[in-house]
Design a protein around this ligand. Structure first.
Ligand SMILES: Nc1ncnc2c1ncn2[C@@H]1O[C@H](COP(=O)(O)OP(=O)(O)OP(=O)(O)O)[C@@H](O)[C@H]1O
Length: 309
C-alpha cells in the first residue's frame, strides 16, 4: 500500500494577473508531520486553501490518497481535516456541546468517536466546562478534535501555534506527534516561525514567493533526495594548531579556534573519520560536543533575508 498521503503536482495559482503559486510539487507521507514554512506572503495559506478545496487550482493537481481533488473531490475531501481559519467555537457551550454541534452536521459520528478524539487531544477533564473558560491552547486542541471527528488521514493546520505561549506550543506539539505516530495521520502545519515548529516536524518544506526553496529533513533522515543538516562540532584538543592542520589536510575542512577548543561543521558521517585522523596522529582529545546547526540558520540562508516578519 502506498505510503503517500498527499501529492502536489505542479500546483499553480494566479489571482488577477499575479502568479501567486508558481508550480509546487512535493509529497507528504502517512504518519509524517510536515512543516510548511515561509515568510509572510510566501503563499502558504493560498496553497493550503487549495489543498483543502477552499480555492480552485489554476493548474496542476492535488492527489489525496490517490484521489484527485479536481476529479474526485468528494473522496479526496473526506480524508482531510483542517483548521484553516480560527475554529468557530461557542464560548457559552461546553467543549462537549461544541463537538456535538459539529458531529450532528456529519453523518455517522458516534459518541464513542467523540470520546476518542477528546482523548487524542487530552481534553478529558475540561470537556464539560464552558469553552469561554478555555485557554487559547485548549481551544486549539478542541479545534483539532473537531477536525478529526470524521477520522481523516490528513490533518492540516494553518499557523496552529499563532498566539500560543511556550507551554501551549509544547502541548500542541505533544498531541500532534502522538497523532502522527499512533494514528498514522499525516499532519501538515504551516508557520512563519520556524523555531516554534521545528521540534514537532519530521520534514519541512520552505516556500518563498510561491516557489519551493527546499525540503529539509529535520532529523537528518535517510531519504536520498533530502539534504541533511550539518553538525556543528566542538573539540577540546591539544596541540590545537596541529589538529587544525590535520583536519584541513585530510578532510579539507576549515576549523576555527576559541580558547583551547576548535570548531567546525561537517556531515555526521565524517565525524568518526576525523576523530580517527586525530587519534592516529597522537592528538589528545579531551571533549567533543556536537550540535545541529539550527534550521533557522538554514532557513535564513535559503530565503536570503535576516528577518521573517
Ligand atoms: N485574493 C487575493 N487576491 C490577490 N492577492 C492575493 C489574494 N490572496 C493572497 N494574495 C497574495 O498572495 C500572496 C501569498 O499570500 P498568502 O496569504 O498565501 O501567504 P502566506 O504565506 O500564507 O502569508 P502569511 O504568513 O502572512 O499568512 C501574498 O502576496 C498575498 O498578498
Amino acid at each position: 500500500m502506498s505510503q503517500i498521503a498527499m501529492e502536489l503536482i505542479n500546483v499553480k495559482k494566479t489571482i488577477g494577473k499575479k502568479e501567486i503559486i508558481k508550480g509546487l510539487s512535493f509529497t507528504i507521507n502517512k504518519g509524517e508531520v510536515f512543516g510548511f514554512i515561509g515568510p509572510n506572503g510566501a503563499g502558504k495559506t493560498t496553497t493550503i486553501r487549495m489543498m483543502v478545496g477552499l480555492m480552485g487550482l489554476t493548474d496542476g493537481d492535488v492527489h489525496i490518497l490517490g484521489n484527485s481533488i479536481k476529479t474526485n473531490f468528494k473522496e479526496a475531501a473526506q480524508e482531510v481535516g483542517a483548521i484553516v481559519e480560527n475554529p468557530e467555537m461557542y464560548p457559552f457551550m461546553t467543549g462537549w456541546q461544541n463537538l456535538m454541534h459539529y458531529a450532528r452536521m456529519m453523518p455517522g459520528i458516534s459518541q464513542e468517536r467523540l470520546k476518542e478524539v477528546i482523548s487524542l487531544v487530552g481534553l478529558e477533564n475540561p470537556i464539560k466546562e464552558k469553552v469561554g473558560k478555555y485557554s487559547l491552547g485548549m481551544r486549539q486542541r478542541l479545534g483539532i478534535a473537531q477536525a478529526l471527528l470524521h477520522n481523516p488521514s490528513i490533518l492540516i493546520l494553518d499557523e496552529p501555534t499563532n498566539g500560543l505561549d511556550p507551554a501551549g506550543i509544547r502541548e500542541i506539539r505533544q498531541y500532534i506527534r502522538r497523532l502522527a505516530e499512533q494514528e498514522n495521520v499525516a499532519v501538515i502545519i504551516s508557520s512563519h516561525l520556524l523555531s516554534e515548529i521545528e521540534l514537532m516536524c519530521d520534514r519541512i518544506g520552505i516556500i518563498k514567493n510561491g516557489e519551493l526553496v527546499a525540503i529539509q529533513s529535520v532529523n537528518g533522515g535517510v531519504d536520498s533526495d533530502l539534504e541533511t543538516l550539518n553538525q556543528q562540532i566542538k573539540m577540546e584538543v591539544t596541540p590545537l594548531n596541529q589538529a587544525i592542520d590535520l583536519i584541513k589536510k585530510h578532510h579539507n575542512i576549515d576549523a576555527t579556534t576559541a580558547s583551547n577548543s576548535l570548531s567546525f561543521t561537517s556531515e555526521k558521517e565524517s565525524i568518526p573519520l576525523i576523530i580517527q585522523t586525530l587519534v592516529n596522529h597522537n592528538i589528545s582529545i579531551y571533549q567533543i560536543g556536537i550540535s545541529k546547526s539550527t534550521l533557522e540558520d538554514k532557513f535564513f540562508d535559503l530565503i536570503g533575508e535576516n528577518t521573517i516578519e
